[in-house]
Design a protein around this ligand. Structure first.
Ligand code: NAD
Ligand code: IPM
Ligand code: MN
Length: 351
């Protein structure tokens, strides 16, 4: 079992370090290969995603990714910015299906931004499309006829792109509560109208799943009003990005939400994928030792489950995180005082 470890920038290396300790403690004989990515790679090699890093990722069974983003790099040409590394990996490796589960762990109910009785019902999965949408359309700057500078980004989805993510979402719903809510903005956007048409078409193959549709503005509202109503949510790249950060605060903290980015390639042990916390490099707290590593540890559990065929080990890691939370091991993001290493130690002890 080969895992590429790409720690990246800011708190990326701090949280990845704790997840690596967990993987090593399992003693499953997993071979770990570290590689530079993001602003760190730009500063050392002149590119946020050096070809060697992409090759190490490609040659692995799964990638454990920290976070990229560095304020020093925010005025570079866009193709050299740290964020292009994660976008490049998702695109180059055709990782189009981003699974972002949000569930309230026991003991976290009182730490959500929502009332405990509202928060405790949360157990949802956001299936976010990752290879298309306004993220990857033509973009640039141009001059309007009256001489004004204008920025533009083209939003589009092809039928095949929507179809493949819809299948992932319907299958996920079959394995959970058999309910799928497709989130779009079909009242305004043609991209969303096509999205909705294709999802309805694909639904015919899944009569056991109850499909509903919701506009994204309403979905943002419903997510805080009554998040317990959602089972699986499928949506495009941009809406999924925003709704998943929002879901994290409904659960308690962005430091808790893990993700898996999957495609169609299989390996000897499962599906090839990239695993990362949904948060970024958090420059405001980088180097201070109190980033919450749980999202990254839970991402490592998803890696064990989906790419390495190690479901038992994944269960153990998730249970150890759950137990630590139940025992009151909370980072500052959750109103506690445990630091990054302390949280890692607490999970390891319970493992
Ligand atoms: P962010 O997710 O990095 O941080 C948002 C807020 O949440 C900050 O206050 C931060 O301190 C806090 N936070 C995030 N993770 C935390 C953790 N594990 N524990 C405790 N607190 C945590 O988002 P941002 O500030 O908008 O972006 C910072 C940089 O990260 C930008 O360069 C952005 O492009 C990048 N980014 C990268 C990824 C990724 O690598 N996949 C994801 C999101 C943002
Ligand atoms: C995420 C991030 C990325 C995204 C950025 C850093 C490109 O916000 O993984 O959620 O927008 O997908
Ligand atoms: Mn995001």
């Amino acid at each position: 079992m080969k895992v590429a470890v790409l720690p990246g920038d800011g708190i990326g290396p701090e949280v990845t370090h704790e997840a690596v300790r967990v993987i090593e403690a399992l003693a499953l004989g997993i071979e770990l290969k570290h590689a530079p990515v993001g602003g760190a790679a730009y500063k050392a090699y002149g590119h946020p995603l050096p070809p060697e890093t992409l090759e190490i990722a490609r040659a692995s069974d799964g990638v454990l990714f920290g976070a990229v983003g560095d304020p020093d790099c925010d005025s570079l040409d866009r193709h050299l910015r740290p964020e292009q590394a994660i976008l490049g990996l998702r695109k180059e490796l055709t990782l189009f299906a981003n699974l972002r589960p949000a569930k309230v762990f026991k003991g976290l109910e009182d730490h959500s931004a929502l009332r405990p009785e509202v928060a405790s019902a949360i157990d949802l999965l956001i299936v976010r499309e990752l290879n298309g949408d306004v993220y990857f359309g033509e973009k640039g700057f141009r001059t309007t006829p009256n001489g004004e500078r204008e920025g533009y980004d083209i939003m589009s989805y092809a039928t095949s792109e929507v179809r493949r993510i819809a299948h992932v979402a319907f299958r996920a719903a079959q394995g959970r509560g058999q309910r799928l809510c497709s989130v779009d903005k079909a009242n305004v956007l043609e991209t969303s109208q096509l999205w909705r048409d294709v999802v309805i078409e694909v639904a015919k193959e899944y009569p056991d799943v109850a499909l509903s549709h919701m506009y994204v503005d309403n979905a943002a509202m419903q997510l805080v009003r009554n998040p317990g109503q959602f089972d699986v949510v499928v949506t495009g790249n941009l809406f999924g990005d925003i709704l998943s950060d929002q879901a994290s605060m409904c659960v308690g903290s962005i430091g808790m939400l893990a993700s898996a980015s999957l495609g169609e390639r299989t390996t000897a042990h499962g599906t090839f994928g990239l695993y990362e916390p949904i948060h970024g490099s958090a420059p405001d707290i980088a180097g201070k030792g109190f980033a919450n590593p749980m999202a990254t540890i839970l991402s490592a559990a998803m890696l064990l489950r989906h790419s390495l065929g190690q479901a038992d080990a994944a269960d153990r890691v998730e249970a150890a995180v759950g137990k630590a939370l139940e025992d009151g091991v909370l980072g500052r993001d959750l109103g506690g005082s445990a630091g990054t290493t302390e949280i890692g130690d607490a999970v390891l002890e319970r493992l």
